[in-house]
Design a protein around this ligand. Structure first.
Ligand SMILES: Nc1ncnc2c1ncn2[C@@H]1O[C@H](COP(=O)(O)OP(=O)(O)OP(=O)(O)O)[C@@H](O)[C@H]1O
Length: 240
């Protein structure tokens, strides 16, 4: 399952990216088709965040080729969301307004997005006073209100307690399931250290090591089939 014959959302060829002397991505070749749900796994520093940032255009490659379908709308979520010092509702409405929605409509659509993540009760609260779990749900509402075709998530539940983790993961599963029936299903690429979450949310798993893609397999094969040694030890270490 490496993107198939359909027109890819993104295609990378031998991409290299450095931060000073640190080689964060080394010869990455990758193709992701619309509608895929891809998990990026690997040890700390293996390049997962960098790859996500590259896919979202936040950093540029130093060498290699990257082609992306610019017609598809993208949104990205981070481990710790950045909220503006205004109400939860305004945080979503401002994102919509910046994308050209009239303020009145933006406020209404924001409320609908808050309902979807069950935050309507705190719509008027300063977003920065919400709990970490509520802020991540708000970030999800803000991203989702923009109706992205592609959702990139960098360890979206890593800094949450188990309860909030389950809530956010359930929302992601819900969004993915709702989008699966849509004409254009959402493409999701997320990094995670939580292999249970990877099993539940991903269809394809990419294992990274030192900026390289060491394994790229359908989720079932990743957890049940033979793996390159490093990836096998990683999975084993996580499962004990
Ligand atoms: N802004 C930066 N400046 C310098 N080096 C960086 C920067 N961001 C990342 N790096 C380095 O690039 C490499 C890849 O980092 P990256 O954050 O992409 O890995 P990761 O797999 O997402 O790690 P983690 O699981 O800890 O989030 C690491 O060696 C990291 O120290």
């Amino acid at each position: 399952m490496s993107g198939g014959a359909t027109r890819p959302w993104v295609e990378l060829r031998q991409v290299t990216l450095r931060y000073g002397h640190v080689q964060a991505l080394a010869g990455v070749t990758l193709r992701i088709a619309p509608g895929e749900r891809v998990a990026l796994v690997g040890a700390n520093g293996s390049g997962k965040s960098t790859l996500l940032r590259l896919l979202h255009g936040l950093v540029g490659a130093h060498a290699g080729g990257l082609q992306c379908d610019a017609a598809l709308r993208q949104a990205m979520l981070f481990q710790r969301p950045h909220m503006l010092r205004t109400s939860a509702q305004n945080n979503v409405a401002l994102a919509l307004w910046l994308h050209g929605t009239r303020w009145r409509d933006a406020r209404l659509q924001a409320l609908a997005a808050l309902q979807r993540v069950e935050l309507q009760g705190v719509a008027a609260r300063n977003a920065r006073t919400l709990s970490a779990g509520q802020q991540q749900r708000l970030a999800l509402a803000r991203a989702w209100a923009l109706r992205p075709d592609v959702l990139l998530l960098d360890e979206p539940t890593a800094s949450l307690d188990p309860h909030a983790k389950r809530e956010v993961e359930a929302l992601l599963a819900d969004f993915a399931a709702a989008a699966a029936g849509a004409a254009q299903p959402v493409t999701m690429v997320f990094s995670s250290h939580n292999l249970g979450q990877v099993k539940r949310l991903a269809r394809r798993v990419i294992y990274m090591e030192h900026g390289r893609l060491v394994a790229d397999l359908p989720v079932h094969d990743f957890f049940n089939g033979p793996l390159p040694e490093a990836a096998r030890l990683f999975v084993k270490g996580e499962l004990v």
